[in-house]
Design a protein around this ligand. Structure first.
Ligand SMILES: [Zn+2]
Length: 185
């Protein structure tokens, strides 16, 4: 639905400072109020995704229990909280989503993503981490996770994953320069 100034992708049109309907897109990631000059930035949001391998080298993946991407495969992860670093975030997300304790993290690669939620498309930068988990006995999924699977490397197909950035990360996982490290970890 088009509004006077906003659009379906970026529906902001009212200025949060003066309240007038005068907010218009300004450069690539900002809005500017034509009445009072207020500038509102929609900066890229940082997010994390975890690659967890079991003792047999199988990759732990989740099945999304809610939209966006409900029913597709995903990696554990999510958005960073304020004042949190990415290593803390991936440990927290894996604890929240799977009740697993990460003992070591190794940064792998990053991939840009778009996250549509409630008629707003957020631009994110997903950071991929190799996450060491020693014990899987406490594995228990949160409500937002429909199920989980351990995939043998030959069964990891990028097209089964819902998000473009995760698919791109899976391609790097399967064939990129980090594949040897992942398989030997
Ligand atoms: Zn204004």
């Amino acid at each position: 639905m088009q509004t006077k100034h906003g659009s379906a992708e970026t529906p902001f049109c009212f200025c949060p400072r003066c309240g007038r309907q005068a907010l218009v897109p300004h450069e690539v990631k900002a809005y500017r109020c034509t009445e009072c000059g207020f500038e509102f930035y929609l900066n890229v949001a940082a997010a994390v995704a975890g690659f967890i391998l079991d003792a047999e080298g199988r990759l732990l993946v989740t099945v999304r229990g809610k939209d966006p991407g409900k029913g597709t495969l995903d990696l554990p992860g999510g958005f960073l909280d304020p004042h949190e670093n990415a290593e803390q975030a991936i440990r927290r997300e894996i604890k929240e989503e799977l009740n697993l304790d990460v003992t070591e993290t190794i940064y792998l690669f990053s991939s840009p993503n778009q996250y549509p939620y409630m008629n707003v498309t957020y631009h994110t930068m997903d950071l991929g981490y190799l996450c060491k988990v020693d014990h899987f006995g406490n594995l228990k999924t949160a409500d937002e996770i429909a199920d989980y699977r351990f995939l043998h490397p030959s069964d990891v197909k990028a097209e089964l994953f819902g998000f473009p950035s995760i698919r791109q990360m899976l391609q790097l996982y399967i064939s990129g320069p980090m594949a040897g490290l992942l398989k030997n970890h």
